[in-house]
Design a protein around this ligand. Sequence first.
Ligand SMILES: [Zn+2]
Length: 340
Amino acid sequence: MRAVVLREFGGPEVLRVSEFETPKPGPGEVLVRVKAVGVNRLDVWIRSGKYRISPPHIPGTDVAGVVEEVGDGVGNVAVGDRVVVYPLENCGACEYCMRGEESMCINSRLLGRHMNGGYAEYVKVRADMAFKIPDNVGFREAAATPVNFLTSWHMLFNRARIGPGDRILVVGGGSGIGYAAIELAKLVGATVIATVGDDWKVGKAESIGADYVINRRKEDVHEAVMRITGGEGVDIVFEHAGKDVWPTAIKVLKRGGTLVFAGATSGDEVKVSIRQLYWNQLNLHGSFLGNRSEFRKILRLLAEGRIRPVIDSIYSLEDASEAHRRMEASKHFGKIVLEP
Ligand SMILES: [Zn+2]
């Protein structure tokens, strides 16, 4: 099969298509013919060698496609089914799996990181990771869903417990998880303030429901949030940019407010004032991906048209390096998708 096989780590130019042996599904596994695969920051980290992975390796965590072949004992999907892949292979037996918190599974393996992913014509996954795509949802939209909506859902509803009337600052409203957070926060009646880094993204963020949009390159985010909230600050900050954003994120929270975070694009070591944290009784919630039950609900909302993945651009596998350059330059709004 054709695949983007990392044989070395480095810049976008190491993303090259070559021949790779098509995987064979064993018992309990399925082979998926990839129709669309989403690009994530994680893929950039993997490509640049930030993780300990030995080449050859195929990245790609967000996969939608058609079941091509099933192994013995597979009952939940059949050949020809359109499926989207829940990206975590969890053990089903640890304390966290037992309570339905698969994203905390201590034995989990992530598609595209701990196993070969979907930058390829075919990918092999455990059958219980394959969920049927609703009939009215396309492959591109399905591939734009798992990482972004799972991560945002888990951050907002499982960790930060957002509700009607809450005011939330969504950092990086144009990123994949940022736009998903805007859509999900609006679903439950929160007031959304989003930051973006370009003027043209302001209207885009407003069009998917953001109540206020701040261009962080033109306006001081702290001042803008205080002006918008009448000096109160926000209940929740939704954050994935890391180091550069934390000082502001903590400053714009009201007392008892919550910082929920799932990423550290700009760096992962930050200086904080503990006094400021306890004096203001702030909550810090780390978050990672999401659970199967959350994925089911996301797919239902997708089928009902109540959430809509925003597709930024489509590239072929051969142009995967261009797709990565676009993401690294933050030129995108929404999901960048590859089509094998
Ligand atoms: Zn487990």
